[in-house]
Ligand binder design. Structure first.
Ligand code: AMG
Length: 205
């Protein structure tokens, strides 16, 4: 199975306070870092882009002092064993923290194909849950101010591997094999140039 490039955006759940943010969709999620107390104060997500870790911005937490950070219960960060472990469910609760105020995200919980993490925060208010079947959660969006006001998700559907995918993969494997062969030939026939690096090799007649 491979991930479809056509993403679905779902949600957001929560309130209308704060300003909107959007991390966009990625090829996967490597870790999620949170601060929380009676509600989710902030969230930042580290994504994967073509095998490289891409840190995401921190959303919310404008009011998070050192005290708040210290009050946050551990673990503030969850690390997925990317690429074998992938996110399949995000759930949580939202409710106002001040009487008559706009709701904020009170708690978040995550489930991967391997295990469950959380709930983090306080599981109070309106529950929401988005379990993905036949897909993977590959991005987050939402709203934030002093806290995390709302959260939404990017979902990439899983699709069966096509002949095109296989040929592309083979193409890359073949390309690497050719370069490895050129490299080893160079080593056998031309040890000096190999030692001197690529600049010399390109000048070979
Ligand atoms: C600030 C913002 C609000 C809302 C809350 C909660 C204390 O207010 O001005 O719009 O986002 O934070 O995050």
């Amino acid at each position: 199975m491979v991930l479809s490039k056509k993403l679905m955006k779902v949600g957001p759940w929560g309130g209308t306070g704060g300003h909107p943010w959007d991390d966009g969709g990625h090829s996967g999620i490597r870790s999620i870092t949170m601060s929380y107390d009676r509600c989710m104060e902030s969230i930042s997500v580290e994504y994967d882009r073509d095998g490289l870790a891409v840190p995401g911005e921190r959303h919310g937490g404008a009011a998070a002092s050192h005290t708040t950070q210290a009050r946050s219960r551990s673990p503030p960060s969850i690390k997925l064993s990317y690429p074998g472990e992938y996110l399949t469910t995000v759930s949580g609760h939202y409710a106002p923290i001040a009487h008559g105020g706009s709701p904020v995200i009170r708690s978040l919980a995550f489930r991967t194909n391997q295990r469950a993490y959380g709930p983090f925060g306080a599981a109070e208010g309106t529950p929401f849950s988005f379990p993905v079947e036949g897909g993977v959660i590959v991005g987050f969006c939402g709203r934030s101010g002093w806290q995390l006001d709302a959260v939404g998700l990017y979902v990439a559907p899983l699709r069966p591997e096509t002949m095109y995918d296989r040929v592309q993969k083979l193409g890359l494997t073949a390309y690497r094999a050719v370069w490895q062969r050129i490299g080893s030939q160079q080593q056998q026939h031309d040890p000096v140039k190999q030692l001197n690096g690529n600049a010399q090799i390109t000048h070979k007649t």
